[in-house]
Design a protein around this ligand. Structure first.
Ligand code: ATP
Length: 508
């Protein structure tokens, strides 16, 4: 097992053991790719959502929020292109009976070639030492160039065939590359078929009267169909944005890797309506802004990179992913898409209603262009957890597991701990707790030795532990212990709130 797989396993088991994420329907042996957030997870998730809402809505006068319904008129998904084009190419291995995304099989093959390039770089670094110029090496080394050429030929063919919907060629490519099923090891594949990812169900009670509707596969369409309502009632002037967070559903073909790919998940999306022709400026703007948001949370820049799309979705004229270095490697965390006027125009066509904006400066009406930012809340949760999870060796030789969460994201900010369960210490602690609770999520614990209680708080990422001892009763002071440094200091109860508020603003 590689270290990375090991890390993902550790995060999954920590998330379960400490009440962050449970498998859905666990007592019925679980439901694949569906998860429940537990008592600590729900708080972490809420805090990430709030940080997003603050950055997008609270801090931007020209962005407002909505909360549209999951069920929508079924024709919306026809207009948006999802009924016809929201497909993934799937392929089954006849021996293992396992189903794969055909494009992902090829992409994994490409990742293996990329790993070979990385290996060449490492070897060369060792050989040349100080004088090594990585960029020059990548551009001139014969073997690297050969790998790169191979990669580009393969991805060109894959994207070309997908574009033309030439699924037979996608299968030929898999065969030519001799890609084997990771489970059975066999190359005995079925044909490649398109598989629509939307969940359908019936609305209405009688068989005759019922009609088929979909669980929304993205939150964005709820914003598009409300665009004019919000623009008019909010008297919004272009450029302006509409933001929303909420559940989305996709019947993913391959659902592995914990909360990275789920069948029911939560999105945080913002559609920014701009003048036609100005979309590229705003696209660049939002790419930069969104990256800033990630870093402002205290996430490390080295774990992020942009990936510009070669194959664009049916609605986009430019698209980039913000990729994060998950325990499984760099993968999409957020998408920034320039969606043109595709969606609003389609809704105009299907409804026969005008979705135009009258621009007083230009003295003309037009269908706005849209730049969207779309991030999966669950993926962000996993990114935060995998950064925060640390196993530390302490000076005394012992070990601790700690979640070094940015304080603003931690489920509980403060733990209130009376040193002993007697002599009036619990009463004093309760008094402090009641006061702090007004402002912060607090936990009260009096069971077990203080060291054990500190460890439990470390494991759920509580940044501050307040300990009440006998001295507290006479001088109204307590000990505050910091999670990351484990340093302790004495502080007057009267100064606690201000100190915590200040520290909560700090980064990881
Ligand atoms: P992928 O290529 O990984 O399937 P996507 O390109 O289909 O993702 P988008 O349609 O751009 O994803 O959705 C926007 C965001 O929603 C993604 O960046 C991701 O964070 C999140 N997301 C999409 N699908 C899932 C899923 N099945 N589980 C969890 N999050 C998801």
């Amino acid at each position: 097992m590689t270290n990375n797989e090991d890390k993902l396993k550790k995060i999954i088991s920590h998330a379960k053991e400490y009440g962050f994420v449970f498998q859905s329907s666990e007592i019925y042996d679980g439901l694949s790719a569906v998860y429940d957030y537990a008592q600590n997870g729900v708080e972490l998730k809420r805090n990430i959502r709030e940080q997003w809402w603050k950055a997008m809505v609270q801090m931007n006068e020209n962005i407002v929020g909505i909360d549209s319904a999951i069920f929508m008129h079924p024709t919306i998904w026809k207009a948006s292109g999802h009924v016809d084009a929201f497909n993934d190419p799937m392929i089954d291995n006849k021996d293992s009976k396992k189903r794969y995304r055909a494009d992902v099989l090829v992409e994994e093959y490409l990742a293996k070639i990329e790993a070979k390039i990385d290996k060449e770089v490492e070897k060369a670094k060792g050989r040349f030492g100080e004088s090594f110029d990585e960029e020059q090496f990548l551009n001139t080394n014969a073997r690297v160039l050969e790998y790169k050429e191979k990669m580009s030929a393969i991805s060109k063919r894959l994207f070309g065939s997908l574009e033309k919907n030439d699924l037979a060629d996608v299968k030929s490519l898999i065969e030519e590359l001799e890609i084997a099923c990771p489970i059975s090891g066999s190359k005995n594949w079925t044909e490649v078929k398109q598989f629509n990812l939307m969940f359908a169900t019936q609305i209405g009670s009688t068989a005759e009267g019922a009609s088929e509707i979909y669980l929304r596969p993205e939150t964005a369409q709820g914003i598009f169909v409300n665009y004019l309502n919000v623009q008019k009632t909010g008297r919004m002037k272009i450029p302006f944005g509409i933001a929303q967070t909420g559940k989305a559903f996709r019947n993913e073909i391959v659902a592995r890797q914990f909360i990275f790919r789920m069948r029911e998940f939560e999105q945080m999306e913002m559609q920014f309506f701009v003048r036609p022709g100005e979309e590229m400026k705003w696209y660049e703007y939002w790419k930069a802004e969104r990256m800033k948001w990630h870093l402002s949370l205290g996430m490390e820049a080295k774990n992020y990179r942009f990936h510009d799309h070669e194959k664009l979705a049916h609605y986009a004229n430019a698209a980039a992913d913000i990729e994060f270095n998950f325990p499984m490697g760099f993968k999409e965390l957020e998408g920034i898409h320039s969606r043109t006027d595709f969606d609003l125009k389609a809704h105009e066509e299907y409804t026969g209603k005008k979705l135009r904006y009258f621009d007083p400066e230009l003295n003309e009406s037009y269908v706005p262009y849209v730049v969207e930012t779309s991030i999966g809340l669950d993926r962000m949760f996993l990114a935060v957890m995998s950064t925060a999870y640390n196993e530390e060796k302490l000076e005394d030789g012992s070990e601790r597991v700690v979640l070094n969460l940015p304080p603003a994201l931690a489920p509980y900010k403060v733990a209130v701990l009376p040193l002993m369960k007697k002599d009036g210490l619990p009463e004093k602690a309760r008094e402090i707790m009641a006061d702090l609770q007004e402002d912060f999520m607090c936990q009260y614990e009096e069971k077990d030795a203080i060291g054990k209680r500190y460890r439990r708080q470390d494991a759920i990422g509580t940044p501050f532990c307040i300990t009440i001892d006998h001295e507290s009763l006479t001088d109204n002071s307590v000990t505050i212990r910091y999670r990351d440094s484990m340093k302790q200091e004495r502080i007057a109860v009267a100064d606690l709130k201000q100190l915590i508020v200040g520290k909560l603003k700090q980064k990881m």
